[in-house]
Ligand binder design. Structure first.
Ligand code: GLA
Length: 501
C-alpha cells in the first residue's frame, strides 16, 4: 500500500501509513430476504484531503469531501433527496484492510456503523445517464375504465411482504366478500426484487421463490396480480429498479402473468431531472404495450411536474397526485381535501390517485376511516385497500365493501367530484353520475360535531330532488319542506348522499 510521506511524518509511529484511503470500498449488509444493501465509497486521498463518490443504494453523493485526521476522516456528502438536497456525514477510520465507518445520526435516525472492504475499481458506480426518448403519445391500453380496485402490500407490510402473505390475502379477498364487491388486483409493492442474472433478467428474492406460480395461484382465485418497480437503478427501498432494462422487465412481467405495474420514480432522481419524467414514464408505457399483455400502468411520482396533464399521454392508467399517505387524520385530510382542482383530468382509463387506503390500519377512528372511503369514492380514486385483510374487524370490512359507496367510486361516467363550498371546516362536494343522479358528500373537518348544510339551488340540477338516499345508513331520507339540506356530522365525519333530481 502506497504511503504518503506527509502522512507518515504526521503519524510518526506509522499506523497512518497504512491509512491511504484511495480506492473503491464496499460495505455490504445482508437483509433477511437474502438481498444485499451495499454502500460504495470510491475515495481519493491526496495528502490530507479526501474526496470521493458515495453510492448508498438509494442515495448517491457525487461529491463527498473531508480532511484526514488521526481520529478519522470526516466526509461531508451532498446528494439528492427527492427534488431537494440531502446532506450526510460519514466518519471513516482505516485499519489498513478495512474501513470502519460511522454514518452520523440524522433527525430521528441513530448513527449507523458500517465496515467496508476493498472492491474492484468501478464496481457500484452510478450508471451513466441514458437519454430519454423523444415524446410521442402512447396508445391507451383499454384498461381501468373505472378506477382500479384491489389491495397493495405497502401500507401494512412494507418490507415484510412475501409469497405466503400474498396468497393468504388473495384467499381472504375471496372469502370475505371483497372480491364480490369489486376488489380485483392483489399488488406486491417494493421489496420483492433481487438482482439480475447474467442476461440482465430481473430476479425475485427468496420471499418470492416463484412469481409465475404465485400469479397462477392469484389468477386461479379469479383475481389479478400487481407488481412494483422504478425507472431508476433502484427503488425507494433500495432494491433493483428497471433502469436500462425497461422492455426486458416488461416482458418478464408479462411472462410471469403480471396484470398491474406501479412504477415509482424514487431512484430515478439519481439519473434524471423532473423535466425528464414524461419521457421516462413513456418508455415503460411503450414497453408494457409491446409486452402484449394487458397491464394496468400506475404512475407514482408524487404528483410532480403536473403529471395529470401528461399521464394519459404516456399510457398511464393512474398517477399519484401527492406524496405518501400515512395512517393519520392529518395526512388523510391534507391529501384528500386538496384534490378538487384535479377533477378535470380524471376519466375512464386514467385516474388521479391520491394514494392507497389506510382504512383498518389502526391510526384513525372508524368515523375517520368512513370519511376516507367517502372521499376516495367521491374522488373516483383507485380503491386499493392497505390493511391486513386476514384480520379485520367487521366494521372495517363493512366499510370497504359498502356497495353503494363503491358504486359512486366506480361510476361509469368517471367524473371526479369537485368542492362546492368549504365554510369553517365544513365541506360539501358533488359529482354527477352516469344514470343522471348525483353524489353529494358533506364533511366536517372540525374538532366538534357540527351541522353541515347546502341549498338545493346550489347542487345537482339546482332543484329540490325527488329522492335522497344516505349511502352509509342505506336509507331513503324524508326531506322537509325547506330549501336546504342539513345534517349533523361528527368531528372528522362524513355523510354521503345519492340524489335523484
Ligand atoms: C414510495 C411510494 C410508496 C411505496 C414505497 C416503497 O414511497 O410512494 O407508495 O411504494 O415507495 O418503497
Amino acid at each position: 500500500m502506497g504511503c504518503n510521506t506527509f502522512l507518515c511524518v504526521l503519524a510518526i509511529a506509522g499506523p497512518l501509513c497504512a491509512a491511504n484511503l484511495t480506492g473503491n470500498w464496499v460495505s455490504i449488509e445482508v437483509r433477511p430476504d437474502g438481498t444485499e444493501s451495499r454502500t460504495y465509497f470510491d475515495l481519493k486521498q491526496d495528502g490530507t484531503r479526501v474526496t470521493g463518490k458515495i453510492h448508498a443504494q438509494l442515495f448517491y453523493y457525487p461529491d463527498a469531501a473531508g480532511t484526514y485526521d488521526p481520529a478519522g476522516v470526516t466526509l461531508d456528502a451532498t446528494g439528492r433527496e427527492g427534488s431537494g438536497v440531502r446532506k450526510v456525514r460519514y466518519t471513516i477510520k482505516s485499519d489498513g484492510d478495512q474501513l470502519h465507518i460511522t454514518l452520523a445520526a440524522r433527525g430521528n435516525h441513530p448513527p449507523v456503523e458500517l465496515i467496508a472492504k476493498r472492491a474492484p475499481a468501478g464496481e457500484g458506480a452510478m450508471p451513466a445517464r441514458i437519454a430519454p426518448p423523444p415524446l410521442h403519445k402512447v396508445k391507451w391500453n383499454g384498461l381501468a375504465k373505472t378506477p382500479p380496485m384491489g389491495w397493495n402490500s405497502w401500507n401494512k407490510f412494507q418490507g415484510r411482504v412475501d409469497d405466503p402473505t400474498i396468497r393468504a390475502i388473495a384467499d381472504a379477498m375471496v372469502s370475505n366478500g371483497m372480491k364480490a364487491a369489486g376488489y380485483l388486483y392483489v399488488n406486491i409493492d417494493d421489496t420483492w426484487e433481487a438482482g439480475r442474472d447474467g442476461a440482465g433478467n430481473i430476479q425475485t428474492n427468496r420471499k418470492f421463490p416463484d412469481m409465475k406460480a404465485l400469479a397462477d395461484y392469484v389468477h386461479s382465485k379469479g383475481l389479478k396480480l400487481g407488481i412494483y418497480s422504478s425507472p431508476g437503478p433502484n427503488t425507494c427501498a433500495g432494491y433493483e429498479g428497471s433502469y436500462g432494462h425497461e422492455s426486458q422487465d416488461a416482458k418478464t412481467y408479462a411472462a410471469w402473468g403480471i396484470d398491474y405495474l406501479k412504477y415509482d420514480w424514487c431512484g430515478a432522481w439519481n439519473i434524471y431531472e423532473q423535466r425528464d419524467m414524461q419521457a421516462v414514464y413513456q418508455k415503460m408505457g411503450d414497453a408494457l404495450l409491446a409486452s402484449g399483455r394487458p397491464i394496468v400502468y400506475s404512475l407514482c411520482q408524487y404528483g410532480l411536474d403536473e403529471v395529470w396533464k401528461w399521464g394519459p399521454e404516456v399510457g398511464g392508467n393512474s398517477w399519484r397526485t401527492t406524496g405518501d399517505i400515512s395512517d393519520r387524520w392529518a395526512s388523510l385530510s391534507k391529501i384528500g381535501f386538496n384534490q378538487s382542482q384535479l377533477a378535470p383530468y380524471a376519466g375512464p382509463g386514467h385516474w388521479n390517485d391520491p394514494d392507497m387506503l389506510e382504512i383498518g390500519n389502526g391510526g384513525m377512528t372508524d368515523v375517520e376511516y368512513r370519511t376516507h372511503m367517502s372521499l376516495w369514492a367521491m374522488l373516483a380514486a383507485p380503491l386499493l385497500a392497505g390493511n391486513d385483510l386476514r384480520d379485520m374487524k367487521p366494521a372495517i370490512l363493512e366499510m370497504l365493501t359498502n356497495r353503494e359507496v363503491i358504486a359512486i367510486d366506480q361510476d361509469k361516467l368517471g367524473k371526479q367530484a369537485t368542492r362546492l363550498s368549504a365554510p369553517d371546516d365544513k365541506e360539501v362536494w358533488q359529482r354527477p353520475l352516469a344514470d343522471g343522479t348525483w353524489a353529494i358528500a358533506l364533511f366536517n373537518r372540525g374538532a366538534a360535531q357540527a351541522a353541515v348544510s347546502f341549498a338545493w339551488s346550489e347542487v345537482a340540477r339546482h332543484k329540490k330532488p325527488k329522492s335522497v338516499r344516505d349511502l352509509w345508513t342505506h336509507s331513503d331520507l324524508k326531506l322537509d319542506a325547506g330549501t336546504e339540506f342539513q345534517a349533523s356530522v361528527p368531528s372528522h365525519g362524513s355523510v354521503l348522499l345519492k340524489v335523484r333530481p
